[in-house]
Each structure stands twice: as structure tokens, then as C-alpha cells.
Design a protein. Structure first.
Length: 150
């Protein structure tokens, strides 16, 4: 049996990370990218995806783009009402980036998790993914604890 890529990572940590990544982004994730990000084999990802599909109250959608396999969480038909719109989440992301250098790491992490959880409740998958992609398109770059417009 080949040695594990990351001897210190626990399987439960990887499974929870995988589930959160799929649930909170709502977009397609490619098998090879997930294996690389979680530092494990493609077979391990496939097993975890099967476990998620069987164990949680979500359905996993899978498909192929050419030879590349992908996974995506299917959005349930009824979702809780969200108090924030995609635009408001984008504003929060922008504000977070502007003050990130002032926040302690733990608080910054907590803010990130809260925004991800809120975005995960957006009913439209495209809007959910757009909430996270908009910051990358905004032109802000973090350089040595400063935000500069590029």
C-alpha cells in the first residue's frame, strides 16, 4: 500500500473540509483539484464523495468535462430565507479585505467563515459563486498589509 501524502491529516478533517468547500461555494469542483487541495488520492476523494452523498441531506451531482470529473452539491428545492443579497455579500467581502490587516487572524477567519456560510444560503448557484468571484475581479490586491487599487 502506498504511503499517505499527508501523514498528519485525519480523514474526518478532510471529509469536513471537502463537504464545506462544496456546500459553501455551490460551484463545480474537479476531482484532480480536490485531491491536490486536500493532499490525498483521487480514490480517497471519490470515497468521501460517496460518503457525503449517502450520509448528508444533500445530493451530490457529478459529471465530466472531457476527461475531467467534477462534483457539485445540488441545491435543495426549499432553502432558508437569506437576509443578505449577492450585492450585499460583495460589499461585505470588500470591507473585509479593506480591514483585514487590522484584524487578529482568528477574527479574520471567523469573518471569512460567516460570509461563506451566508453566501451558501443564496438560492441561485450562479449568484453564490459570483459572490466569491467578484472580489477577484474588483481590482484589489493585498501587498504587504496594504490594499492598493490596480
Amino acid at each position: 500500500m502506498p504511503s499517505k501524502k499527508n501523514q498528519h491529516a485525519k480523514p474526518t478533517q478532510k471529509a469536513v473540509t471537502l463537504f464545506c468547500q462544496l456546500m459553501y461555494t455551490g460551484k463545480r469542483h474537479y476531482l484532480i483539484d480536490l485531491a491536490r487541495e486536500l493532499d490525498c488520492s483521487k480514490q480517497t476523494i471519490i470515497r468521501m464523495m460517496e460518503d457525503i452523498d449517502r450520509s448528508y441531506s444533500v445530493r451530490v451531482k457529478k459529471g465530466k468535462d472531457g476527461k475531467r470529473s467534477w462534483y457539485q452539491i445540488q441545491t435543495p428545492k426549499s432553502r432558508p430565507k437569506v437576509a443578505l443579497s449577492e450585492e450585499e455579500i460583495n460589499h461585505l467581502l470588500l470591507c473585509k479585505e479593506m480591514v483585514r490587516h487590522l484584524l487578529p487572524k482568528e477574527l479574520s477567519k471567523e469573518v471569512d467563515e460567516t460570509i461563506h456560510k451566508t453566501a451558501a444560503m443564496l438560492p441561485d448557484l450562479d449568484k453564490r459563486a459570483g459572490a466569491f468571484e467578484s472580489l477577484a475581479r474588483s481590482g484589489f490586491r493585498k501587498l504587504d498589509h496594504e490594499l492598493r487599487w490596480t
